[in-house]
Design a protein around this ligand. Structure first.
Ligand code: PLP
Length: 495
């Protein structure tokens, strides 16, 4: 065949790399500059603002088929995405429960993506760093060095990892081989009636069913009632169930209540139960000098879920499951297909990290956590945790000093539940009034709170997991709650 004709018919090979690296470099400098400015000015922007209809419509544009210049792509992102954030990096964002991220962590995410490594495992630096961060998490909690662990997407996944190992360890059969239907006596798990909803999802996904998780009543401090727990376990044994696992909450989502972890560890030992701690909120209080005593006993758990994207402020996502018995952990997930066999040398000669969880491909989550820990040191993170807890207690004192405000639940750590309460108003009207206060605070861009119901009482909920919050922000919250509450009381919700 004629060589010149072949050259004409073979299409040029393509790549996603830019044609002009210097233009990309220039644009990248601009993006980084904008990002620094964005973070530096976060306090000056509204805590939240609604997404305009035009911006919502932007996200309905069809699949792009032809190219656009990267500068134009970035302009669209800056305009439509960066302008309408959730707001959890704002100093007055206290809704639900999430950390407030940090610039160093964002650089870590960027570099992780640039390197692009897959943390399914292998003999490369990212894999070793992943293990190092897990080891650091063990050290923070006071877990033995021989324990095992894995970085996952967040607390929900960390809990399901711990509970899966618990199920397999207590099933009495090889559940992986035979399935839950072959378990002789139905397993029972226990947690307080304040337990996070992810445990329900976990029980369902593990094939045990929601009813296998018995919710135990709580005491006046919203901690699991130990006597009620003992009774439930005895009842279940008598009824032919197999009590398998007790889940302690180190910080409940509603009020931050911390179960008596030492007592739960003793009880689990006496009853031969697996002891899992949901420490998504509070496990890291272990590093906070003024408050570490609150989570004493956590180090005795068989498994722990913790969340670096909360009090280590890692950009989403980063969770961590720790399992005391490394063999049980590996045994719950390891599969070695022929295409993932280990070698004695080369890239496949290190641990396969996918053998410790459900994902095969895994992102390089460790870098963002590692860089922020190296930059600040764990002692600073400990002080920031103490700072948030002190702020929550100050806010509580301010609420208690205001006749029109009412504390709805005891403040334990960094979560404050309160409401605006004029005299003589019924429950439904109070809920409507406080919901309206919450919505106006959001819509005016002042602060983002969420709400919940504790012991049947609706309330506003302030979860201070935020390294940017200052006491003056909380003073503003009090003033604005009173102002908006007063306005609504005068003019009604519609007014
Ligand atoms: C006590 C508790 N457990 C579990 C979770 C779930 O964690 P994630 O949102 O990281 O999946 C949360 C989330 O706030 C939580 O507060």
């Amino acid at each position: 065949m004629d060589a010149s004709r072949t050259a004409l018919t073979v299409p040029a090979e393509e790549t996603l790399d830019p044609d002009d690296w210097s233009a990309v470099e220039e644009l990248s400098h601009r993006i980084v500059g904008d990002a620094v400015g964005y973070l530096r000015a976060v306090r000056d922007r509204p805590a939240w603002q609604d997404v305009p209809a035009g911006v919502k419509a932007f996200f309905e544009a069809p699949l792009p088929r032809s190219p656009s210049p990267l500068a134009e792509v970035y302009r669209e992102v800056a305009e439509n995405v960066m302008s309408y954030p959730m707001g959890n990096i704002h100093p007055r964002f206290w809704a639900w429960y999430m950390g407030s991220s940090n610039f160093t962590g964002a650089l870590g995410d960027f570099l992780a993506a640039i390197q692009g490594s897959n943390l399914g495992g292998g003999n490369h630096a990212a894999g070793y760093m992943d293990q190092q961060v897990v080891n650091w998490c063990k050290e923070m909690i006071g877990f033995p060095a021989a324990a095992s662990g894995t970085l996952v997407s967040g607390g929900s996944m960390a809990n399901i990892i711990g509970l899966a190992v618990a199920r397999n360890a207590k099933a009495g059969i090889d559940v992986r081989e035979h399935g839950v239907a072959a378990i002789g006596k139905p397993l029972r798990f226990y947690g307080s009636d304040q337990i996070h909803s992810c445990h329900r999802k976990a029980m369902e996904a593990l094939g045990l069913g929601n009813r296998a998780l018995r919710r135990i009543a709580t005491d006046a401090a919203l901690r699991i009632d130990l006597a009620a727990l003992r009774t439930a376990i005895a009842e279940d044994r008598a009824a032919g169930f197999q009590p398998a696992c007790v889940i302690g909450s180190a910080g409940t989502v509603n009020t931050g209540a911390i179960d008596d972890l030492r007592a739960l560890a003793d009880l689990a030992e006496a009853e031969d139960l697996w002891f899992h701690v949901d420490g998504c909120i509070g496990a890291l209080i272990t590093v906070a000098p003024a408050n570490a005593y609150r989570v004493a006993g956590i180090e005795r758990a068989d498994s722990i879920a913790l969340d670096p994207h909360k009090w280590l402020h890692a950009p989403f996502e980063a969770g961590c499951a720790l399992i005391r018995d490394a063999t049980a952990h590996w045994g719950a997930f390891a599969v070695t297909p022929e295409y993932l066999e280990k070698t004695t040398r080369g890239i496949a000669s290190a641990n396969w990290l996918h053998e410790y969880g459900l994902q095969t491909s895994r992102g390089f989550r460790a870098l963002k956590v590692w860089m922020a820990l190296k930059e600040h040191g764990i002692e600073k993170f400990g002080r920031l945790i103490d700072q948030n807890i002190a702020q929550a207690h100050d806010l509580t004192a301010s609420i208690e000093a205001e006749p029109l405000l009412e504390l709805v639940a005891p403040t334990n750590i960094n979560i404050v539940c309160y409401r605006y309460r004029p005299r003589g108003m019924g429950a439904a009207a109070l809920k409507a009034l406080n919901t309206e206060i919450m919505l106006r605070l959001q819509e005016e861009g002042t602060a983002v709170l969420s709400d919940t119901t504790v012991n049947g009482e609706h309330c506003l909920r302030v979860a201070i997991n935020n390294h940017r919050t200052r006491r003056s922000d909380l003073d503003l919250l009090i003033r604005e709650t009173l102002r908006i509450g007063g306005e609504i009381a005068e003019t009604g919700i519609a007014g």
